[in-house]
Design a protein around this ligand. Structure first.
Ligand code: AQP
Length: 340
């Protein structure tokens, strides 16, 4: 039995994950996170949040942020998530996230946060705005996860360090107050856990980097073809998987494999001697084929703002009910005065 079937045979476990509405979603977000959300929806109780509170750790244009929250709800649904089976809502609509984050801040050490590589990278990229929210981002993420007694967190490998910190915070809290939080595990894909930039393949593909470095989920076929044609490779001409010495070629092979073209070694063997032009053509075909159903469904959904609004409104109520159960327990444990 697979890990997923095992879980289903016992009792439904809880999945929580989120994506920031901080830009156009990339193929990295899709392969590292979104695609796995869809696979898990039948076997788990799934909560997929639009983490707008995380997004404001970097300055956002208010009109864009507002629009992108609904667009992200449309992307979630268009990628195959059924909003009746999965909780799809905005983080800022459930105040328990911020409330628990404050409490957990008091159980997290500066030294732990200082070690976070994402903080180092983001503060280097936004040197004019190194705010305290950027620093305590992993604590809010821990609150997100722990509020729902989450068992599994499907994320890309870049979030592994944050998840480990979340487990440490939960264990510390439980050590003092008893078993309050479920200790979550990561669910990181074997292939495609870190899709790299098309222009600097040693770096993660990120939605806040320049356009040419990523494939956006909504890029049309011509744009995808152009971006992949210009993707940085190397000069030896050999198609083989070797992320250290051939990061560009390895990235294209990983993308194809993650999108269902087969095992990486088999793809490399089949393309042996055919040149980088063919590798890029084949990668383009895989990406266009994977994204086109999502894109047409997205176009239909995004035109129906009233429907999207009703989904996030309804789901936020359920999320708030679940989150408040944990929050109240935590508040009682730490000694907040009872409510009348
Ligand atoms: N390149 C990637 N490869 C695999 N997985 C990735 N993820 C992000 N980039 C890749 C996964 O997508 C989920 C949502 O990410 P996020 O929006 O919360 O923020 P992020 O990890 O900071 O992603 P970006 O694209 O780099 O956003 P910006 O540029 O706004 O910081 C996570 O599960 C992540 O692992």
């Amino acid at each position: 039995m697979s890990e997923i079937q095992n879980a289903a045979a016992e009792k439904k476990q809880v999945i929580f994950s989120g994506i920031q509405p901080s830009g156009t979603l990339t193929l990295g977000n899709y392969i590292g996170a979104l695609r796995n959300f869809v696979k898990l929806q039948n076997d788990y109780d799934c909560i997929y949040c639009i983490v707008d509170e995380h997004a404001i750790t970097v300055r956002q244009n208010p009109a864009d942020l507002r629009r992108r929250c609904l667009e992200l709800a449309a992307i979630y649904i268009a990628s195959g998530l059924d909003p009746k089976k999965n909780l799809i809502y905005c983080q800022s609509h459930v105040s328990a996230h911020a409330e628990l984050a404050w409490i957990l801040n008091c159980f997290t050490y500066m030294g732990e946060l200082n070690r976070m590589t994402q903080f180092k990278a983001k503060s280097a990229a936004h040197a004019d705005n190194i705010n305290a929210g950027l620093f305590t981002y992993p604590v809010l993420m821990a609150a997100d996860i722990l509020l729902y007694q989450t068992n599994l967190v499907p994320v890309g490998v870049d979030q592994k360090q944050h998840l480990e910190l979340c487990r440490d915070i939960a264990q510390r809290f439980n050590g003092i107050y008893g078993d309050v939080f479920t200790i979550p595990e990561g669910y990181i894909p074997k292939v495609g856990a870190k899709i790299m930039s098309l222009q600097e393949p040693e770096k993660k593909m990120s939605k806040s980097d320049p356009e040419e470095t990523y494939i956006a989920l909504l890029d049309d076929a011509d744009t995808i073809r152009r971006k992949i044609r210009r993707a940085v490779t190397d000069s030896d001409g050999e198609i083989r998987y070797d992320p250290e010495n051939k990061p560009g070629v390895s990235n294209l092979l990983s993308i194809m494999s993650a999108l269902g073209a087969g095992e990486i070694d088999a793809i490399a063997a089949e393309l042996q001697g055919k040149g980088y032009g063919e590798l890029k053509n084949r990668t383009t075909e895989c990406v266009v084929e994977a994204l086109s159903p999502l894109q047409s469904e997205y176009k239909r959904l995004v035109a129906d703002k009233a429907y999207l609004q009703s989904v996030i409104d309804e789901n936020a109520k359920t999320a708030a009910y679940l989150a408040n159960k944990t929050l109240r327990k935590v508040q009682k444990k730490i000694g907040y005065a009872p409510r009348g």
